[in-house]
Design a protein around this ligand. Structure first.
Ligand SMILES: Nc1ncnc2c1ncn2[C@@H]1O[C@H](COP(=O)(O)OP(=O)(O)O)[C@@H](O)[C@H]1O
Ligand SMILES: [Mg+2]
Length: 455
């Protein structure tokens, strides 16, 4: 059964304790934001009078949203879609509900399932800007919440059809249409944590590159999706979350599969606050590649410019500036961008970017069978550990170059830990006081240090 079809039916089932909790949380948010005219109508509650008819303007908007939803489902082939398996029963048993965040349309909470796993619950934010603006216009809170619910249903429909590591996974859903005109929808999603751009700026380049690469893979998928080329109309860092160190888009209600129609090239200008791009109108009357280009420029302006260039390995900088220039003026499409990213990844993983450097490892003595006691030592940036200087390296040779460039560094070891690219982490030290035997380890000590007073 499709979502739109099911919305036409009535769901009878267990009491929705988690859903009720979410509704309460949304009300608490309403009190906090002190929105005017945002109160509930109580429609559908036992004993309350039948709701007044909806204003014609709102009825028309509702009709349009329902039509869009049906169109989307038809484009997606209709019928059964993967919905993840969780339903109202699981929601009724969920506990420990706490709000994670909210946007204009939805409020998101974390909850623990009976089986022990944790999920993110998304529902309509009754005090959010979308509902409040609608209420100001039409004075019909329940109808306005229904309008917002259609957006969440659209998101659910898209998440059912789109499967990609860069898209948050839908675990299930629960909807209740018994409170006509309201539809209560709760989507159960993979739990993530909101994207903290400031924090990301402080992470090692390799981690920031990973985020940009994941985004490129996502945009490549969206450009070639089973539903056609999909554009994210509200493309901002806050529409993404991190799940196990991976970037995933979570807000899909403003995604569109429509490409702008046109009669001539003049109809196809892609406008951003700082730049405009003239595009071509195809023979089929569509602005060519407009969805793909819009996503790519947004990725450039919100992600690449901040995350890609700074503290990148110097030999990779020309390649990264090429990517920035070519995406910033839309000379590259997503296919070329993906190729360029793959090239950088290859150069980085293979260590080819290190060629033509003086070899410095010869200035170090290797002590096999020892490692250093773990403890605090001097800090460096951007270290993988806050206790000391732990950096990703290609080889002991690169670690020697790094050690030579840091005045406090006297020795280093290559640890067993690996980053996502498979590179080892090297731990740099300023002293050689606490050595312990370890058959698998090697300590590299600066010759100047071993002959000095420190040993
Ligand atoms: N799966 C999730 N895990 C953790 N937090 C999430 C998840 N999905 C959304 N959020 C948080 O909730 C906020 C609102 O969700 P979003 O889908 O963007 O709603 P809106 O359509 O109202 O903008 C997001 O900005 C994000 O911080
Ligand atoms: Mg959002």
């Amino acid at each position: 059964m499709t979502v739109a079809a099911a919305v036409g039916r009535r769901w009878r089932g267990a009491r929705l304790s988690a859903a009720a909790l979410l509704a309460l949380l949304a009300l608490a948010l309403l009190a906090l934001t002190a929105g005017r005219g945002g109160g509930g109508s109580g429609a559908g509650q036992p004993g309350s009078p039948p709701p007044p008819p909806l204003p014609p303007g709102l009825r028309e908007e509702l009709r349009q949203r329902r039509r869009d939803l049906l169109r989307l489902e038809a484009a997606a082939g209709g019928g059964e879609a993967a919905s993840g398996g969780l339903g109202c029963g699981d929601l009724s048993l969920a506990t420990g509900v706490s709000v994670l965040g909210w946007g204009f349309t939805k409020v998101v909470a974390r909850a623990a399932l009976a089986g022990g796993g944790a999920v993110a619950l998304k529902s309509v934010h009754g005090a959010g800007r979308e509902v409040r603006q609608c209420v100001l216009r039409y004075g019909a809170p329940a109808g306005c919440r229904r309008l917002a619910a259609y957006k969440l249903l659209k998101e659910v429909t898209l998440l059912q059809r789109l499967r990609h590591p860069g898209i948050v996974q839908l675990h299930g859903q629960c909807y209740d249409n018994s409170g006509d005109p309201e539809i209560r929808v709760t989507a159960m999603l993979e739990l993530g944590s909101p994207l903290e751009m400031i924090q990301l700026l402080q992470t090692p380049w390799e981690e920031r590159f990973k985020i940009c690469l994941s985004l490129v893979e996502l945009l490549f998928y969206l450009a070639h999706s089973p539903l056609g080329s999909i554009v994210l109309l509200d493309f901002q860092p806050r529409q993404f979350v991190m799940v196990d160190g991976n970037l995933k888009v979570t807000d899909m209600d403003d995604a569109s599969t429509e490409e702008l129609s046109c009669k001539e090239d003049n109809d196809c200008t892609l406008d951003f606050p700082t730049k405009s791009f003239p595009l071509n109108c195809s023979a089929a009357g569509k602005c060519e590649g407009i969805n793909e280009k819009k996503n790519l420029f947004n990725a450039y302006r919100y992600f690449f410019t901040y995350l890609l260039p700074h503290s990148a390995p110097s030999a990779l900088r020309p390649f990264l500036s090429d990517i920035l220039n070519a995406t910033g003026d839309l000379r590259y499409g997503i296919n070329e961008t993906r190729k360029a990213f793959e090239k950088v990844l290859h150069l980085y993983k293979s260590g080819l970017y290190l060629q033509k450097r003086p070899l410095l490892l010869k200035d170090y003595i290797s002590l096999k069978g020892f490692r250093m006691v773990e403890g605090e030592d001097y800090k460096c940036w951007p270290s993988y550990s806050h206790l000391g200087c732990l950096l990703s390296v290609h080889s002991a040779e690169e670690a020697a170059t790094i050690c030579n460039s840091q005045s406090q560094c006297q020795s280093f070891i290559i640890t067993q830990q690996r980053t996502w690219t498979g590179r080892p982490l090297a731990s740099f030290q300023s002293s050689l006081t606490d050595l312990i035997p370890d058959a698998n380890a090697v300590i590299y000590v600066k010759r100047s240090a071993s002959s000095g007073e420190r040993l």
